[in-house]
Design a protein around this ligand. Sequence first.
Ligand code: CCH
Length: 298
Amino acid sequence: AAAKETKTLDTKPIDYNEVYQAIADILEDNDILTWLHYRSYDDGSLGPVFVRLAWHASGTYDVETKTGGSNGATMRFQPESLHAANNGLAIARDRLEPIKKKFPEISYGDLWTLAGVCAVQELGGPTVPWRAGRQDVEDGKTCTPDGRLPDAGQGERHIRDIFYRMGFDDQEIVALAGAHSLGRCHPDRSGFEGPWQEAPTVFSNEYYKALRDRKWVKKTVKASGAQQWVDKKNPDVMMLPAEIAMYNDKGFKKFFNEYADSEEKFFTDFSKVFNKLLELGVPFKGDEKVYHFKATTA
Ligand code: CCH
């Protein structure tokens, strides 16, 4: 007990503002060597893949069994690291490793979710409240079974099943989907190809406007044979089959259009729902400090 006490006294509390800053400092990445190393093309920012990491670490949650979620950071282990839905996320985990080395006391679960918050904010999105409290596990025994994350090739029914299991409603599902204003699909990761609109490193409501305002036509991705939708005028931008199916669903459509009409409403709702996603299943004690980090770009 004495040794434990000393350790507590010696341990400097983590300054999460410093961690936020350290993540913000590595977001911009135009180094061609990075992308040659990963043999994959991106848009000069690690932000989008960090947001996807935070989401895939959290979105395995099941409200009924209270399993999954960002607590534990089980994606470090097989089989979860090898689940097809997580293809490409080793890049995000690797790039955060130097920050883990610099702040060894932070848990991976806290680091990954904080990276998601930092990326959203630094790329122009809303402030997302965040608190620490995730504890890592030491092996893959509590990895969630494959199939808990959405399959982009399916329809609105499947999307509802997956997100209702996490505890979200239709409005929250549509608000979360707006994260696709960021980033792109990579044929070698998901089989799909391209960004959702022309500014994939700016967090905005352009995703909803693209769905509402453009004419979407079916296209087969040459590299993978996957079917997706592309903008008739600019076939470099795309939508997933699940997204076109969602937009055509009456229950979902009103929220898509609401967010297309008001970026302010989208930002308010996204902040709430992204915070909720990142906290699913985390055993907070209740006295954790809630951070509202200040964006360095603000
Ligand atoms: Fe997503 N997403 N996502 N997504 N996602 C992909 C990429 C990103 C689905 C499918 C895909 C959310 C919800 C869904 C991001 C954030 C979120 C890809 C391409 C597919 C496929 C992966 C690749 O090839 O690299 C489906 C289906 C759903 C169901 O609704 C939610 C929720 C979030 C966050 C709140 C981000 C960001 C990316 C871009 C990653 C990158 O590397 O650019």
